[in-house]
Design a protein around this ligand. Structure first.
Ligand SMILES: [Cu+2]
Length: 503
């Protein structure tokens, strides 16, 4: 359910009374201490096992009872899922406090009812419905109530949904099977979000700022500068930039200078890469994810490693592209290496770098081409010169077809653009072939100022299919402040017989 609770972002030992009202997704029942968990609720779902999620809206009944921001209506969107539109959690499908809505998550791979009706067989001989190369891993869900997405997500309505592919023995939640990725307690999602606090510890949100909210604190799983005691073995972390407006660049620093501070990147936007890659930092726009493996076995007991964000961003416009010096200000999360010895059955880093995880799906002809310009007008945000209008459908792709879309951006702004329902494959960025950030199927991509390194992206072209369901889905900027003011369009997937087909 979506519920208001009191939450302390600080260490309760240091600041026992610094509670803020947050809105969070939580179980219907509290834990044995009578407490509701905040922020890090995690669904573990599996391909082949559908989920029915009943979301009860337990937000305050009185719409004025919001501490000045947020609206007590919600539309939980399962970000990057391949779902029917009525279960997508779209901007117009919100419901009131005191009501509930049932969401049907079939947990199926794209193509199951269209391009791959007979299913596909993984090279290991295991069969699954749909295209196995569309298998996903790290999804999340967050509120999507139109005009109020930024306020409601900032208030806390964001959580994880991790999808396991044990049906074809890929990402199995068991490190002795499939790809043997670190599992169980060694598989940890991390949500990075910005917050501003007033002097009493209440979260503050400036509703007059429509460029984007940059916090004075960057939180990790709803805590300010938390620590995690780690065992000397490999861990999987699932990084998620939860915004509302900050781009981040994550890297490690350590008190033990003899160990290289690299990470093994295994997934972009929740999709396993063709092959794992060693990286020294990872840039993410709002809503982008990266799964990494960090090996703590090379450290000594007592070593401290910091996860840092060193990307400079001064306002909602986007990052400057400057990389800051490592300091206490850039530290987000502290790992403390314990003396515990523990079994590690997960695959070696060398194996992960050589074995193929998920190759890119084959592209079919995409004769239909469209262009979308992400721009600014009268101090707010437009797509092709228009503000979001809930009664307008901007494109009618035909079900089962493929199209090529080009996104353009100018004016020195950055936009993390997200498309619901299907993932795209980036063909070129400023006319150049994709680099590591673009090497997987994607559902969010950064365009504009400092999209990659210090360089901007004025033009990005990708390939995308529209499969399996008819209905409407949005494309929008995921700087959720831009989204609300009003950088969003909707497209509608239609049968070839529809009078608007292909328009
Ligand atoms: Cu934007």
């Amino acid at each position: 359910m979506a519920k208001e609770i009191d939450w302390n972002f600080y260490s309760a030992a240091e600041y026992p009374s610094f509670n803020s009202k947050v809105w969070t997704y939580t179980d219907m029942n509290p834990n044995s201490k009578g407490e509701y968990a905040a922020g890090v609720l995690r669904f573990k779902a599996q391909y082949g096992k559908p989920v029915l999620m009943r979301m009860y809206n337990a937000l305050p009944k009185d719409g004025r009872d919001t501490q000045g921001f947020g609206i007590n209506q919600c539309s939980p969107h399962l970000h990057n899922a391949h779902n029917p539109p009525e279960s997508d959690g779209g901007p117009m499908r919100f419901f009131d406090s005191g009501k509930w809505y049932d969401y049907w998550y079939p947990n199926v791979r794209a193509g199951f009812a269209s391009t791959h009706k007979n299913g596909t067989t993984h090279p290991n001989g295991l069969w699954c419905p749909g295209d196995w190369q569309e298998t996903q891993s790290t999804l999340w869900f967050h509120d999507h109530r139109f005009d109020f997405t930024a306020q409601n997500v900032y208030k806390g309505l964001a959580s994880f949904y991790t999808l396991f592919s044990d049906d074809i023995k890929l990402d199995t939640d068991n490190e002795t099977t499939g790809l043997r990725l670190p599992s169980g307690e060694f598989d940890i999602p991390l949500l990075f979000t910005d917050k501003v606090f007033d002097q009493t510890g209440q979260m503050f949100y400036d509703t007059f700022n429509i460029e984007g909210i940059i916090g004075d604190q960057q939180t990790v799983n709803f805590k300010i500068k938390p620590f995690l005691t780690v065992k000397r073995r490999k861990y999987r972390f699932r990084f998620l930039d939860g915004g509302p407006s900050r781009f981040i660049e994550l890297s490690l620093s350590s008190t033990n200078t003899k160990v290289p501070t690299t990470m093994t990147r295994i997934a972009n936007c929740g999709n396993l890469l063709p092959k794992a890659q060693i990286v020294s930092s990872i840039r993410l726009g709002v809503a982008e994810r990266a799964d990494v493996i960090i090996d703590f076995s090379k450290y000594n007991p007592g070593d401290v490693i910091y996860l840092e964000n060193r990307l400079e961003q001064l306002n909602g416009k986007g990052p400057t592209g400057n990389i800051l010096l490592s300091s206490s200000k850039t530290q987000l999360l502290k790992f403390i290496v314990s003396a515990d010895t523990v079994v590690d059955n997960s695959a070696s880093l060398a194996t992960l770098q050589t074995q193929v995880m998920i190759p890119m799906p084959t592209k079919k002809p995409a004769p239909k081409k469209r262009s979308f310009s992400f721009d600014t007008s009268n101090g707010a945000w437009t797509v092709n010169g228009q503000f979001y209008n809930p009664s307008v459908i901007s494109a009618y792709p035909i079900e089962g077809s493929a199209e090529e879309w080009t996104l353009t951006s100018g004016g020195g702004w950055s936009h993390p653009v997200h498309i619901h329902h299907e993932e795209f494959q980036i063909i070129n960025r400023n006319g150049k072939a994709p680099a590591i950030d673009d090497l997987s199927r994607k559902d969010v991509t950064r365009i504009g100022q400092a999209a990659q390194l210090t360089s901007g992206t004025s033009s990005l072209t990708f390939y995308m299919q529209f499969r399996d369901w008819y209905g409407d889905y949005p494309m929008h900027c995921h700087n959720v402040v831009h989204e609300d003011h009003a950088m969003m369009i909707r497209f509608k997937i239609v049968p070839p017989t529809d009078p608007n087909a292909g328009k």
